[in-house]
Design a protein around this ligand. Sequence first.
Ligand code: GDP
Ligand code: IMO
Ligand code: MG
Length: 427
Amino acid sequence: MPAIAVIGAQWGDEGKGKVIDLLAEKAGVVVRFSGGDNAGHTVVNPYGEFRLHLVPCGIFYPQAVCIIGNGVVINPAVLIDEIDQLNQRGVDTTRLFISDRANLIMPYHILLDGLEEESRAGKALGTTRKGIGPAFADKAARLGIRTGDLLDKERLLERLRLTLDYKNIILTKVYEVSPLSLDEVYNQYCQYGERLAPHIRETTIMLEEALNRGELVLLEGAQGALLDPDFGTYPYTTSSSPLAGGGCLGTGLSPTRINRILGVFKAYCTRVGAGPMPTELKDETSDLIRERGHEYGTTTGRPRRCGWFDAVAARFSTRINGFTGAAITRIDVLDTLPRLKICVGYKLDGHTIDYFPGNVATLERCQPIYEELPGWQTPTSHIRQYEQLPPKARQYIARLEELTSCPVNLISIGKAREQTIHKMPIL
Ligand code: GDP
Ligand code: IMO
Ligand code: MG
């Protein structure tokens, strides 16, 4: 009956897609629990290279049922397009199910995400502009329209009329843009509903039954802990919880049913969008990491900000998630560097601190305190056994384990499934 949550431990894009694709070989169910199509999860496997935004990364295995949980906000157009693209490339999607409780991203959410960003002028958050924030705001305001509503056209019309009247006032009076047509949005969403109906159902029972049958259930995290709206660098965060705790709320699984929590860390740090990142580099090392690691956003194509591994942030992330183990990805990207740095503390207003401040203004004043380690300067992508890694690479990994107090289960040294070192069993 094991359930394993796979959680982004930094600012997203840690390689969750790769790890899920790897672990899903033995899974009965893979369930996404947060975010929406702001996520971009890359999978490289015998079918090719895929960038999944909504469909869980277990979809490539015929035995794995894939669920988009209630905690995800769904843009139906993006989901239908993703299903079509998977089908065109020979991937079966009949085992994909969508919680009837998941909220929908509506056209006004996408419009408002862009308009709100523009109105923030120099203080834009750098959102993906996919409508995520406005959709979660409506969920909390109880204005949301849910996938289940697509199955009842009268209810859909009633919910949409109520909300759209109000949204059109904001669009026209506050932002002075054209209103949306009720007929057009309604007809469009009726079509989406007809297309998605075979996938929409009550999904909490499916999870419960899979666990009772003794199957492995994987919870696929999106984003990363430092983008959590409570514990991340607020307001430079996303709008749903990427934490292990979010895995319960976004699926209907009780915390007592989650057996392992695997934190996925990059061997360094990256971030897309605005907000503090204490170890950010703006020099040739950052360019080198970006180019060697192709650090460009999977969803928006924006260059990712790159910097050294931040062990202060990592320790915080380990604590608030309760990681039982870690996957360290992209070790190979560091292969050519002569020296590596790890941030072990922050200098704040003349004092040394070892915790991650809750206030962004405080975090912005933090200067990283680094420890230096020698680089291994040897290729690692072909290595499959931990003992075969260069001693300096093992030293680097051991130091990350020590600083975060989190044992390393997996080490990734390339994009492909097989480019993985199993250091210690997860279960
Ligand atoms: P996710 O959002 O956490 O699933 O991560 P993304 O897919 O957005 O970004 C991770 C990127 O790193 C993808 O392009 C992966 O193919 C790639 N990747 C994952 N693990 C490794 C690794 O160990 N080495 C290298 N070089 N690339 C990796
Ligand atoms: P995966 O699952 C990296 C970031 C955006 C922005 C902030 C708010 O691929 O790791 P939003 O559109 O959510 O309102 O944007 O959050 N962000 C991500 N960064 N990876 C992601 O997902 C992200 N999802 C959101 O860049 O800074
Ligand atoms: Mg990503």
